[in-house]
Design a protein around this ligand. Structure first.
Ligand SMILES: [Ca+2]
Ligand SMILES: [Ca+2]
Ligand SMILES: [Ca+2]
Ligand SMILES: [Ca+2]
Ligand SMILES: [Zn+2]
Length: 345
């Protein structure tokens, strides 16, 4: 992660200036906002802003009409649309296929996270150097998506994570997904493009990124045998047939370990660090973990089979065996998980 930010710092130093042609898409509607200047897409250098040394605190936005409206009309259509909404801001015009995949990914998460959360008036700073602020209102999270050249085929796939969290619930109000266009064909060939995007969106929403921040202690145990302490996720872990505590990944180095479910036990669950060929469902275990983060999530997930008696972490016996994954892609090795950079007061 450090290397990446050093690199983006250099790009920033080139004084790259960009006036926006911003493509906004929600899972149900598409809006194009043309600020008037069409960039030369070929020569565009896209880079995340340098990471701040200290968390950015965006001051009191004042009493917001939106916030008031939320409390009164959460179930009503209108500003909050009565449910949890993920909006996508594409920095560059997506292809039809890219748009389809990102919207399908957002829709899969909107079936898992169902409850509206307070909207934010905005604006919020963009995660990307030289890009204009994200205009509000933000209902309920906006994800800035950049599909741009990074390092060619292989190597780095991209970065994803939350950017700003709201201080009411410490859930993210903005996030970033920045991927290497050179790797998308490869994912498509494996029929894993959508799976990867859903997986990365999970990190933006908080899986492995918000477990132990802002007062949460959802991850516990020794690094060799960590487990998830959230009650809802564990209820479903046990209901699926898992024993003891829900195991978190303990191998694979930084970014893989401690940020995913344990591959050797949860196998093809989508939020493991290794994507299997074939189906990678978002189970109700993950749905439960979203509730443990503070979302109102569904109590059903996508169809998922965990072998009955799958070994969880016995907190009285914190030793574990290491098992590598099978055929598929090691998504966690290709991604960089970004942690939040600030709070909206
Ligand atoms: Ca909403
Ligand atoms: Ca809302
Ligand atoms: Ca690459
Ligand atoms: Ca897996
Ligand atoms: Zn991951």
């Amino acid at each position: 992660m450090k290397n990446f930010f050093q690199k983006s710092g250099r790009l920033l130093a080139h004084g790259f200036v960009f006036s926006a042609l911003l493509f906004t898409s929600c899972s149900e509607d598409s809006i194009e906002a043309d600020a008037g200047i069409t960039p030369d897409v070929q020569n565009l250098q896209i880079a995340l802003k340098e990471r701040p040394a200290e968390p950015i605190i965006i001051g009191d936005l004042g009493p917001s009409a939106i916030q008031t409206a939320v409390q009164q009309t959460t179930e009503a259509p209108g500003i909050d649309r009565g449910r949890f909404n993920i909006s996508l801001n594409f920095l560059l015009p997506p292809t039809d296929r890219q748009l389809e995949v990102f919207e399908a990914a957002a829709a899969r998460w909107e079936r898992i996270i169902i409850g509206d959360v307070p909207s934010i008036e905005g604006p919020l700073p963009s995660a990307f150097a030289g890009f204009p602020a994200i205009e509000g209102p933000i209902d309920d999270i906006v994800i800035e998506v950049a599909l741009a050249p990074i390092d060619g085929p292989g190597g780095v796939l991209g970065q994803a994570g939350p950017q700003f969290v709201r201080n009411a619930d410490f859930l993210p109000v903005s996030g970033v997904m920045f991927f290497d266009v050179a790797d998308l064909d490869f994912l498509e060939q494996l029929d894993l493009f959508e799976e990867v995007i859903v997986h990365e969106m999970g990190h933006v929403l908080g899986v492995g990124t918000l477990w132990n921040s802002f007062g949460r202690t959802l991850l516990e145990g020794p690094i060799s045998n960590p487990f998830f302490t959230g009650r809802q996720a564990n209820v479903f872990w046990n209901a699926e047939g898992g024993t003891n505590e829900l195991p978190i990944e303990n191998v694979g180095g930084p970014g893989t370990a401690l940020g995913h479910w344990r591959e050797s036990i949860l196998n093809n669950e989508l939020m493991t660090g290794f994507l299997n060929l074939g189906e990678n469902p978002l189970s109700r275990i993950t749905a439960g973990s979203m509730r443990d983060l503070g979302y109102r999530s569904a109590s059903v997930g996508e169809s998922y089979d965990l072998p009955r008696g799958a070994a969880g972490v016995d907190i009285n016996e914190l030793v574990s065996e290491e098992v590598e994954g099978g055929e598929g892609i090691n998504i966690a090795k290709m991604e960089t998980i970004l942690m939040p950079i600030g709070i909206i007061k």
